[in-house]
Ligand binder design. Structure first.
Ligand SMILES: [Zn+2]
Length: 193
């Protein structure tokens, strides 16, 4: 077992032990994300995946929050968004995900911050970098919970309980929003497109 600096280990080293190229049980981890075969020198990486988070405020400056339909963190709160597909920009993926989850069309995306996240699905740990954007929506008439969310809520930022969120990055985003004391002025939430 290779112990990496700061005591961090490749979180998937126990799962990936057979080489996908030669089939021998000679796979080992070289870093937090890489694997190499001692038998045939095959190498592969589970690189950090990119995802988008949509921060959508309504006309009352309440933030749109969703409830996760599936694991990980099934039943916990989340923000709209999701993983980028190959070939997409983060903005493209966020527009697609919000449309899929809530049937909303977002526009005027303004970058807010990025947060690392861990996403464990079917035992595999994926390292994620979440990019959060403040987004505008023309209207909420069509909004409905679908796809991988089971419900949605508009909650005043100060009343959001971050412990109701299942993943780490939304909690960090909430902290960042709360410490951005002039954020309402900066982004002019009530300025509808
Ligand atoms: Zn091999």
């Amino acid at each position: 077992m290779m112990i990496l600096k700061k005591g961090r280990k490749n979180p998937n080293q126990h799962l990936f032990v057979f080489c996908p190229h030669c089939g021998e049980q000679t796979l080992s981890t070289g870093s937090l994300k890489s694997f190499s075969c001692k038998n045939c020198s095959f190498n592969f990486y589970i690189n950090t995946a990119s995802a988008g988070i949509a921060l959508i405020f309504n006309e009352n400056n309440e933030l749109l929050v969703t409830r996760r339909r599936y694991d990980p963190a099934k039943g916990m709160l989340d923000f709209p968004g999701g993983f980028s597909e190959p070939g997409e920009t983060i903005e493209d993926s966020l527009k697609r995900e919000v449309k899929e989850e809530l049937d909303l069309d977002i526009s005027k995306l303004t970058y807010f911050s990025s947060c690392p996240n861990k996403y464990i699905y079917k035992q595999v740990t994926y390292n994620i970098i979440d990019f959060a954007f403040i987004c505008k929506v023309k209207g909420f008439d069509k909004i409905k919970a679908q796809d991988d969310i089971s419900d949605y809520y508009f909650i005043e930022l100060l009343k959001i309980d971050k412990n109701q969120f299942g993943l780490d990055s939304p909690k960090m985003i909430i902290d960042q929003l709360l410490t951005s004391s002039k954020i309402a002025d900066k982004f002019n939430f009530s300025d509808r497109p």
